[in-house]
Design a binder for this molecule. Structure first.
Ligand code: HEM
Length: 469
């Protein structure tokens, strides 16, 4: 709730548009965003005006202020229609980030509409959330099986020892397979979707057209599952809210696909990096607890969503050393907030005891990643990391950690690739299935059938993997 007294910015406080701003996305930011955040903090304090592709934006840098923004959705709105510069048509024509913000789905809704859309997603994800439910078990078993298939493919292509990019040859195909499985794409649709999400995520010259095609594909998928419901998220979303049109459902699926691919992929790769960094021999015996702690540590050091979605001020309010005016845009930076938190943790006043679980990897407040999605995302990350480490007798980075190539955008900072030299553990066949014990299936259908999507998908992925490599 917004409990602040009403206030108006003092006339002598500088307006965002009147301040000189330094562009955020520079080669310095690409190489070392931490140095940029530090400098901005030194000059401006906890909140700094920056230029984002020619548009002035308040970048929120300090942990306390970022939390303040994330937790108060009455003051900090998500609907892009609150943005004054947009309403007054002051944005540069074709500003590249606007199209995404104009896609109306859960993330960019407020109030009751937002709560209802979130509840729908929550209800639809619930069957997959728990490892003990048949759907939850089946999905986790599929993730493990896909991981095994991909390692087997590596062994078939490059032998039991060799070089691999754990981004292009493992993480990304794995998550695309999980997406087609979870969303219930028929194989024909799956191949098409896999190709377009890949192009979209790579942001190449065809990305805009691929995004439109992916949205259209998701809309077709929605129509398909409306006609032929299955045991998948698309069908459960329709069950949870039958009033969803195919277009609206397509938009929701599209946004979930971005989280399930790019963002979950960042978390997998960053966690693998955390394990591999400085460890010539991979510790294959990471317990579930250790793996969970490693995921948290990786999320703190390299947060999967570096700068969270924009918020728009509902009214004038002080933030950091500035007054933000009604309709101004703010970008809460989880990456900068983590830097602030880690600096605090190393301060002799606070001590070294900052919990890694204080990370903002899942966001915070009313728009944080829904608990069912967190549960599912976390399970996918630990399975993906655990399975590949299980198969490796030895793995090491082929580049020093500080020379790994990162892709730095306005929202995400993710590894472009994670090149390793590996040796497979010869004592275990790469494609061996280590399925978790099946839960009691109450609906009398017996053990879930083997995944019929995997074979067709693997064909498409093989083409993609080795073309991208
Ligand atoms: C494991 C990796 C994941 C990470 C690190 C992650 C992270 C996040 C973060 C940081 C936000 C908040 C964004 C903001 O406030 O600006 C968010 C929101 C969201 N996430 Fe996740 N997510 C993950 C997986 C998933 C998955 C698997 C799904 C769906 C299947 C999902 C669905 C969503 C949705 C729908 C929202 C919007 C919630 C709202 O606005 O109310 N996420 N996620």
């Amino acid at each position: 709730m917004d409990t602040q007294p009403r206030a108006t910015a003092p006339a002598d406080s500088p307006a965002l548009e009147s301040l000189p701003v330094e562009p955020l996305l520079t080669s310095e930011f690409d190489a070392d965003p931490g140095a940029v955040y530090r400098r901005l903090r030194r000059i401006h304090g906890p909140v700094a005006p920056v230029g984002l592709m020619g548009v002035p934006v308040w970048l929120v840098l300090d942990y306390r202020e970022v939390l303040q923004v994330l937790r108060n959705d009455t003051l900090w709105r998500r609907d892009v229609r609150h943005w004054r510069a947009r309403a007054e048509r002051r944005l540069p024509p074709g500003w590249p980030l606007l199209a995404g913000y104009e896609v109306r789905q859960t993330m960019f809704m407020d109030d009751e509409e937002h709560r209802a859309a979130r509840q729908t997603l929550h209800t639809a994800l619930r069957p997959f959330q728990e490892a003990r439910s048949p759907q939850g078990w089946e999905l986790r078993a599929s993730v493990a099986a896909y991981a095994d298939e991909l390692v087997a493919l590596l062994a078939a292509e490059t032998g039991s020892a060799g070089f691999a990019d754990l981004g292009a040859q493992y993480t990304r195909p794995l998550l695309l397979m999980v997406t087609t499985r979870l969303f219930g794409c028929p194989v024909e649709l799956g191949d098409e979707l896999v190709m377009d999400l890949w192009r979209m995520l790579d942001g190449g010259p065809d990305a805009g057209a691929a995004t439109a095609r992916a949205l259209a594909t998701m809309t077709r998928l929605a129509a398909h599952r409306r006609a032929r419901p299955g045991d998948d998220l698309t069908s459960y979303l329709l069950l949870a809210d039958p009033s969803l049109s195919d277009e609206q459902l397509g938009r929701e699926l599209f946004m979930n696909a971005v989280y399930l691919n790019d963002i979950t992929g960042n978390m997998v790769l960053n966690t693998l990096l955390e394990v591999l960094r400085g460890n010539a021999t991979v510790r294959r015996s990471l317990s579930a607890g250790q793996l969970g702690a490693t995921v948290d540590r990786a999320a703190l050091v390299n947060v999967p969503v570096a700068n969270l979605c924009f918020r728009f001020a509902a009214r004038d309010t002080p933030l950091g050393n500035y007054w933000v005016r009604a309709g101004d845009i703010v970008s809460p930076s989880a990456a900068a907030a983590h830097q602030d938190l880690l600096d605090l943790g190393s301060s002799p006043i606070v001590g070294p005891a900052v919990s890694t679980r204080a990370h903002l990897g899942w966001g915070a407040g009313p728009h944080q990643c829904p608990s069912a999605a967190r549960e599912l995302g976390g399970a996918i990350v630990t399975t993906a990391v655990g399975r590949v480490l299980d198969h490796f007798a030895h793995a090491e980075l082929t580049l020093p950690p500080d020379q790994l190539p990162w892709r730095s955008g306005p929202v995400v900072r993710g590894l472009r690739l994670l090149p390793v030299r590996y040796e497979l553990d010869r004592s275990r066949p790469a494609a061996a299935r280590h399925r978790p014990p099946a839960p009691h299936l109450s609906h009398g259908e017996g053990t879930p059938t083997p995944d019929h999507h995997a074979k067709g998908l693997l064909g498409a992925l093989r083409r993609l993997m080795f073309r991208a490599g």
